[in-house]
Design a protein around this ligand. Structure first.
Ligand code: 6PG
Length: 263
């Protein structure tokens, strides 16, 4: 699956790292992977469920997915959110608003196929419970199992957070709920986030990391001492799934990765 002009290698725990020249190439390769996985899942079970992160990095990916050159069977696709800020859906900080502008407003995704986290609800615990019910309803996990996404896109902050799992935050320890409110002293607003159990239940997880400001955190997460409380992205280890890191040269500049072209 390696794209032309990139470098790819594998980490000891099996995760794949692919280094792209820039965000555009990274986003294009990711859109191709989304198309491939969607087609495979729909051929197999007539359904494809993906969870989307917010922030800025994945915006270009979402814009590309809206382009006709990517033939996505949207009528068999269900999209969910990885996390959401506790703001109204039309707020500048809303992850839903970014996805709506970049993707949903440009594709024929049927009504009810985008599952929005209700960040605007003042009762955050009830909003988390409601979203967990929606995951169970649509992903129909076997009894005693976590809802399993076909594909999850994750970002990583320059502090090593992912989703809305921030360093030292309460939701890092959540092992009994799929969705949780979370708060971190650094941020003024609360968040809703998928938790490690449901993230790590995914079939495939792709991290999208771009920019030199992420370089130190990426080095620590991929090559540093295991400390997920300090670097929450380290806590992403799919139990029975594939983990890929799609990063650009700027974010990878301090990685001590193996020589180019190594298997
Ligand atoms: C969010 C995201 C968050 C994001 C990282 C990276 O709600 O902001 O879900 O986890 O992926 O903060 O954000 P950037 O892509 O903007 O660097």
């Amino acid at each position: 699956m390696q794209s032309v002009g990139t470098r790819r290698y594998f980490l000891p725990h099996g995760a794949e790292v692919e280094i792209f020249s820039a965000l555009e190439e990274l986003s294009f390769a990711t859109a191709k992977r989304f198309q491939e996985l969607a087609r495979q899942a729909i051929a197999r079970k007539n359904f494809f469920a993906s969870a989307l992160s917010g922030g800025t990095t994945p915006k270009r990916l979402y814009e590309l997915l809206a382009q006709k050159r990517f033939q996505i069977p949207w009528d068999r696709v269900h999209l969910f959110q990885v996390d959401e800020r506790c703001v109204p859906p039309d707020h500048a900080e809303s992850n839903y608003r970014m996805v709506r502008e970049a993707l949903l407003s440009r594709v024929a995704l049927p009504e009810g196929h985008f599952h929005r986290m209700l960040g605007e609800r003042t009762d955050r615990e009830e909003a988390a419970r409601q979203y967990a019910r929606e995951l169970t309803q649509w992903l129909s996990p076997k009894s005693g199992e976590w809802p399993r996404f076909d594909l999850i896109f994750l970002g990583m902050g320059s502090d090593g957070h992912t989703a809305s799992l921030f360093p030292g935050s309460p939701a890092l320890g959540e092992q009994s709920r799929a969705v949780s409110p979370n708060f971190t002293p650094k941020l003024t607003t609360e968040r809703l986030t998928l938790t490690y159990p449901v993230l790590n239940a995914a079939e495939e997880i792709i991290f999208l990391v771009s920019g030199s400001e992420k370089a130190e955190a990426l080095h620590q997460v991929l090559e540093g001492r295991a400390d997920p409380a300090r670097y929450p992205a380290q806590g992403i280890r799919p139990i029975n799934g594939c983990l890929r890191w799609f990063v650009d040269e700027a974010a990878a500049r301090t990685l001590h990765h193996p020589a180019e072209g190594s298997p």
